[in-house]
Design a protein around this ligand. Structure first.
Ligand code: ADP
Ligand code: ZN
Length: 294
């Protein structure tokens, strides 16, 4: 079975053709310009591939409420040309196949939960820490949507007493994204994260914030595993520091076998950066089979 997968990002669109086992046969990347320019190119790529369904993991916010008139639209994005664009409708009209749709990070969470490191777990969280922070939550075997979809990259954090930086988020300043995403690191220290590798204090502070967010998630969602992805996590010293912070900040309150073995509990993605595109395949399959994640 040939399945189309689209990872729709703010800077590039990754299109791929795969199958129901998560194999990927081919892929291309197209820069994200305006819908008028970019969408016809995407449709052209998929149109002669004989796909049976398409899955889209999309930058957001997006409308995932199937009862809404704007289901399948990109909604209040700061990328103005894409605001109120009917993603699902555009591809359905052109390709005449079922179109599965979810956020990019929910896609990554699903990719890992279907073929990767959280396979077989009913409850997991996938977090990407890059230009922004996004979270995909799988709860009782389903991607959590709720009112729209979680925006847990914006949970408000307690600032470190020695941190002078005001925070970068235009809405909240000191949310997780505002304090710990790549652009916040750069604004606080005056250099890109990759150039700060030997500055221990940079990564200790980063771990303090990521650890704080993880503690909140552990307490609220009780996940069985947490996956940390995104460009900032390429900083190799960070994962160990985050685990230390989680242990310190939880302070022994949760006693489970998972908490005894944080190396197995807080992990990096396992699908060689294919988790997003593989998750889009899963979205396509679910849509084709009529599995509604309500
Ligand atoms: P995006 O979020 O745009 O999809 P990425 O997940 O690759 O892209 O994240 C990009 C961010 O990650 C940038 O802010 C960049 O500075 C930061 N970054 C990339 N590599 C590293 C690294 N090795 N150490 C620290 N930060 C990094
Ligand atoms: Zn915010």
């Amino acid at each position: 079975m040939k399945i189309g997968a689209l990872e729709a990002g703010g800077t590039k669109m990754v299109c791929a053709i795969g199958d129901e086992n998560g194999n990927i046969f081919e892929r291309i990347s197209i820069p994200t310009e305006t819908p008028e320019v970019t969408v016809p190119r995407l449709i052209e790529y998929f149109s002669d591939k004989k796909i049976e369904a398409l899955g889209i993991g999309c930058f957001g916010p997006i409308d995932l409420n199937r009862n809404s008139e704007t289901y399948g639209y990109i909604t209040t994005t700061p990328k103005i040309p894409w605001r109120n664009f009917d993603m699902v409708g555009a591809f359905q009209k052109a390709l005449h196949v079922p179109v599965g749709f979810d956020t990019d990070v929910n896609g990554s969470a699903l990719g890992e939960a279907t073929w990767g490191i959280t396979k077989g777990l009913e409850n997991s969280v996938y977090i990407t820490i890059g230009t922004g922070v996004g979270m995909g939550i799988i709860s009782n075997g389903k991607v959590l949507h709720g009112m729209m979809h979680p925006e847990a990259g914006h949970i408000i954090l307690k600032k470190h007493p020695l941190d002078q930086y005001e925070g970068k988020c235009p809405y909240h300043k000191t949310c997780l994204e505002g304090l710990a995403a790549g652009p916040a690191i750069e604004a606080r220290w005056g250099k890109k994260g990759i150039e700060l590798a030997d500055r221990k204090e940079v990564w200790e502070l980063e771990a303090y914030y990521i650890g704080q967010a993880l503690v909140d998630l552990i307490l609220v969602l009780s996940p069985q595993k947490i996956v940390l992805g995104g460009g900032v996590m390429h900083q190799e010293q960070l994962l160990g520091l985050v685990k230390e912070e989680v242990k310190k900040q939880l302070n022994g309150y949760i006693k489970t076998k998972e908490m005894e073995d944080l190396d197995e509990y807080i992990v990096l993605p396992s699908l060689n950066d294919n988790q997003g595109i593989m998750g889009a395949i899963r979205l396509a399959l679910d849509e084709k089979e009529g599995i509604k994640r309500v």
